[in-house]
Write a protein that binds this ligand. Structure first.
Ligand code: SAH
Length: 285
């Protein structure tokens, strides 16, 4: 079966009686050029690839051509007969039917990829859980080198923004803490079946060996960052004191001690400033 031919994939989905579920973020890639580009950016012949959401297996097959092995975690059991047909000739692929947010990915990686030099994640993510999946992949400190994923264009811009710019949010800081991020290329909505209401982009997160800043308490750092960005137009002193119940006077002293203005706003602060603020608050408390 020619997976590059949109019509034969469509015919197969129809003959299996498959109907797209919007609630599962099912927008399958049908642009012949996108999957090979994603696969080339993500992996080489020594790589084990973890895919999230196999769909009809079109990206899975492209990954299989370039990688040593592909394991795809797919939630929707209705795709089993479709994937049996599309992937049967790709012997280095395996589909695990499970929820990617619930399955033990560390165990899966250890079991399936012990013979691979490196492991990476590549996926056309279900958009209803883009940020939770990305944060789960980063926070669980899986032994992966990179995450190359299709996300909504707006999400791509936020995830890959420069910390200290207007586009940055709490998730930008979190991503930057764990990885170096980059937008690789844009993908128009017409590249998907059915077409979503937004354009998309492929981003790549290269996992850092060590974080770019040293924080005294990671958990507090991330709750502080969340609080800082909760009401981005307000001054940091107001939003942090309200959310985390820290005295305004202590926050004012901390800001001045790290060389920032007492009217500072989150979107102006660099990674260093945010980590310095975290460490200074802990010191003063
Ligand atoms: N990779 C395919 C499909 C992308 S659509 C392609 O590019 O064409 C997103 C896929 O993720 C769908 O197949 C959907 O069923 C699956 N999915 C949705 N939620 C999931 C979850 N929690 N865990 C695993 N897969 C999920």
């Amino acid at each position: 079966m020619n997976l590059a031919d949109v019509n034969s994939v469509k015919r197969l989905l129809e003959s299996e009686g498959f109907s797209f579920k919007k609630s599962l973020g099912q927008n399958f890639l049908i642009d012949q050029s996108v999957c090979p580009r994603m696969a080339s950016a993500a992996c080489d012949e020594d790589t084990g690839v973890l895919e999230i959401g196999a769909g009809a297996g079109v990206l899975t097959a492209e990954l299989a051509k370039k990688a040593k092995k592909v394991v795809s975690v797919e939630l929707d059991e209705r795709l089993r007969p479709v994937l049996q047909k599309t992937l049967y000739e790709f012997l280095n692929t395996e589909v695990v039917f499970a929820d990617a947010m619930k399955i033990d990915l560390a165990a899966l990686i250890a079991e399936r990829f012990s013979d691979c030099k490196r492991v990476c994640v590549c996926a056309n993510l279900p958009y209803y859980i883009t940020s939770p999946i990305i944060m789960m992949l980063l926070e669980s400190r899986l032994p992966i080198d990179s995450v190359t994923v299709m996300v909504q264009k707006e999400a791509a811009e936020r995830l890959c923004a420069k910390v200290g710019s207007r586009e940055a949010g709490a998730v930008t800081v979190a991503v930057n803490y764990y990885a170096e991020s980059e937008i690789l290329f844009g993908v128009p909505r017409e590249s998907f079946l059915p077409p979503p209401n937004v354009d998309s982009a492929v981003i790549q997160l290269k996992i850092r060996a060590v974080p770019p800043v040293e924080v005294a308490d990671e958990k507090f750092f991330f709750s502080l960052v969340k609080a800082c960005f909760a009401q981005r137009r307000k001054t940091l002193i107001n939003t942090v004191s309200n959310t985390l119940h820290i005295e305004k006077e202590l926050l004012r002293t901390a800001l001045l001690n790290i060389g920032e203005s007492e009217t500072a706003r989150a979107e102006k602060l660099s990674m260093e400033a945010l980590s310095n603020l975290c460490n200074e608050i802990i010191r003063l408390k």
